[in-house]
Design a binder for this molecule. Structure first.
Ligand SMILES: C[S@@+](CC[C@H](N)C(=O)[O-])C[C@H]1O[C@@H](n2cnc3c(N)ncnc32)[C@H](O)[C@@H]1O
Length: 363
């Protein structure tokens, strides 16, 4: 019997694809995860999820604001995932954390855990969560997840260390219901590097690939890119006066940044205006959405629904499915009693029995 997965803030299905493709076989028994239901409030995002994850049960994706979702009407689940919105925790934003509009949305995940009591869960957020509200937000979230009845295993995953062709750092908290005799360990990063050139060219993107339209680049952008070398951005490159950008501040290092073909890509994001679309190392242009999807490890068969900008946003918000699958398979192995190589969690935590969370930070 697969673990039936319910998902809040499901996005275009990065977590879901990782989940439904995860598989572990032990003692002749198969451990898998199946989609049960999902929720997101963005229409295009829900259509993308339906099309790729559950085309036979489109009604299992409930497209509405989580604040209006009646979770008691949803079917039972054995596993739960929620990549709660990161807008208030990201280092790119103002970091209002739990005081922001998006911050408190994680509460709906806690509510679902208390209602369904799934055997395990996976929660995801940006690395910036650690520092939001001077660290209080992170402590509070971990504490509430423990109090919901789970042993928790948070870790800062650096996906480029797991062979994902993109530097993407995400805090992922795995929780195992505290009455179960199962302990999760963070799967060991193999430190295999996949370059962005390899991801985009091997194999080449087929001519008929979806979501692969080029952006009509303004002549000035093309001219600027001519002066920017691989791995450089608009501030590190030697630009003539008339092409320089009049922008100040410290958080601009990705503006007109070209990829370095010999390294994993820098983080693909879903928002931002001119100069933030991720630029090819050689051609004078931004990447197409299909190229971004490749750096996020979505297969070419995964079609995204919506306008170019909507698709860019969806891709930029997702967890790389291949990265998610590595973690899901570690969870399945933990349940199957199969050993695997592991590494210490970046945040040593006590188990559920302790109400207090981070080692050395007890009151
Ligand atoms: C970080 S993305 C999740 C990505 C997903 N985990 C994946 O791997 O594809 C967060 C999602 O939360 C959704 N969201 C934000 N606020 C919401 C709300 N109030 N109700 C429902 N969904 C919301 C956004 O539309 C977005 O798709």
């Amino acid at each position: 019997m697969p673990f039936r997965l319910g998902e809040l803030f499901c996005g275009p299905g990065g977590i879901a694809l990782g989940a439904i493709t995860a598989r572990v076989v032990a003692d002749g028994k198969e451990y898998t995860i199946s989609h049960e239901w999902a929720n997101d409030y963005d229409k295009d995002t829900c259509e993308t999820y339906r099309l790729n994850i559950c085309p036979d049960r489109p009604e299992s994706v409930i497209c509405k604001d989580v604040r209006k979702l009646k979770i008691e009407t949803l079917s039972p689940i054995d596993a739960f995932a929620f990549g709660f919105p990161c807008n208030d925790f990201s280092v790119v934003g103002e970091q209002k954390g739990i005081d922001g509009v998006y911050g408190p949305l994680y509460e709906y995940g806690v509510k679902a855990l208390k209602h369904f009591r799934p055997q395990w869960f996976l929660a995801e957020n940006v690395g910036g969560l650690r520092n939001a509200n001077e660290g209080r937000a992170f402590d509070l979230i971990l504490e509430e997840l423990c109090d919901a009845g789970y042993n928790i295993y948070p870790h800062l995953y650096k996906f480029e260390e797991y062979g994902i062709p993109q530097a993407r750092h995400r805090i992922i908290i795995v929780g195992i219901r505290h009455d179960l005799p199962v302990q999760f360990r963070v799967p060991k990063a193999p430190h295999i590097t996949r370059t962005c050139r390899d991801a985009l060219e091997n194999p080449p993107i087929p001519a008929d690939a979806t979501n692969n339209e080029l952006t009509a680049q303004a002549p000035q952008v093309v001219e600027r890119l001519r002066y920017i070398g691989p791995g450089e951005n608009a501030f590190t490159a030697d630009l003539p006066e008339h092409l320089r950008l009049n922008v100040r501040g410290a958080k601009i290092s990705q503006i007109y940044k070209r990829l370095d073909p010999n390294k994993p890509a820098y983080t693909i994001t879903g928002s931002g205006g001119g100069g933030t679309h991720v630029y090819h190392w050689e051609e004078h242009r931004a990447l197409t959405n299909r190229e971004r999807a490749r750096l996020q490890t979505f297969p070419d068969s995964y079609t995204f629904v919506g306008s170019k900008e909507s698709v860019r946003k969806q891709i930029g918000m997702a967890l790389p499915p291949d990265g998610a699958r590595i973690i899901f398979e570690a969870i399945l192995k933990s349940f199957a009693g199969v050993s695997y190589e592991s590494e210490p969690t970046s945040f040593p935590v006590r188990l559920y029995e302790s109400r207090l969370v981070l080692e050395g930070r007890e009151a």
